[in-house]
Design a protein around this ligand. Structure first.
Ligand code: SAM
Length: 261
């Protein structure tokens, strides 16, 4: 007689109990990003950092942020549990907070976190299944499905051209990624690729952050930041960097070397 594998015989009781706990990670998975965004918008890390003392009591922090202490305490408890800020008790028995390496990073990477957790980008992720539907057998049509376009009805560059707020957030977010994460790694590990390069065009260079860092590191180099007209027209000016607007499919300004990131 064929053996029937029942649910009970297949899974151990502990595994099922663990699954009941784990599933809540996914039910409330969004909360992690939402609380980080809340901390950035309130500028909690900036306020603690500029307080001038290593710790700041809950009462001082609540006053500085104009937030209800019990509400702020709950947000801080969520964050400190994850190593974002440290909770301490003062000699007067008051709750106080200090910075950790992770909470300090919130200050530097705030633009990137705000971009990736923006309603526009999150809406793309909510359309991820559209990308996979009917993609069996490498269906060519599924290659054309872009979750951002499903969510917003247009590609991300056209959307940015029509939405100055998103355009700015996008360029600041990627500029932050370049400044804090990518460029330090490039400069530390392979900076010598720029030796002898007198002019460099950054194709799709966004708001010019990358070139602004590179021309400082290699002062003999002239930078040409090439991006869509709506991007460069609102970008900050940097010494040693010329902004050129255009479509890379039509032309790319001439230089000793081209950089794509
Ligand atoms: C992924 S972002 C990279 C930005 C920047 N290089 C970085 O790494 O932070 C791509 C960039 O290409 C630009 N871009 C997209 N299509 C373009 C086109 N046809 N011509 C010129 N730039 C374009 C976008 O505006 C955007 O700034």
């Amino acid at each position: 007689m064929e053996e029937t594998i029942t649910k009970e015989s297949k899974w151990k009781k502990e595994e099922e109990e663990e699954a009941k706990i784990q599933i809540y990670k996914y039910v409330f998975g969004f909360a992690e990003a939402a609380v980080i965004k809340c901390a950035i918008e309130l500028k909690i890390a900036n306020v603690i950092e500029s307080h001038g003392r290593p710790t700041m009591t809950l009462s001082q922090l609540s006053t500085a942020l104009n937030c209800s202490p019990p509400l702020l305490f709950r947000i801080m408890r969520f964050l400190t549990h994850r190593g974002i800020f440290r909770e301490e008790t003062t000699p007067e028995n008051l709750i106080a907070y200090s910075q950790t390496p992770l909470s300090h990073m919130l200050i530097n990477v705030a633009p990137l976190l705000l971009l990736e957790n923006s309603p526009e980008i999150v809406a793309s992720w909510h359309n991820l299944s559209a990308k996979l539907k009917n993609s069996y057998n490498n269906n060519e049509n599924s290659d054309l499905v872009v979750p951002f376009e499903v969510a917003h009805g247009k590609d991300i560059w056209s959307y940015g051209a029509r939405n100055p707020g998103f355009n700015r957030m996008f360029n600041e977010g990627l500029g932050c990624n370049a400044r804090v994460i990518t460029l330090p790694a490039i400069l530390e590990n392979c900076g010598d690729i720029f030796n002898g390069v007198e002019s460099l065009v950054d194709v799709g260079g966004g708001n010019g952050t990358t070139l602004s860092v590179l021309v400082k590191a290699f002062p003999w180099m002239k930078g040409i930041n090439f991006d869509l007209p709506n991007v460069v027209s609102t970008s900050e000016k940097y010494d040693g960097v010329e902004h050129v607007g255009g479509n890379m499919l039509d032309f790319v300004p001439k230089a000793d070397a081209a950089f794509f990131m």
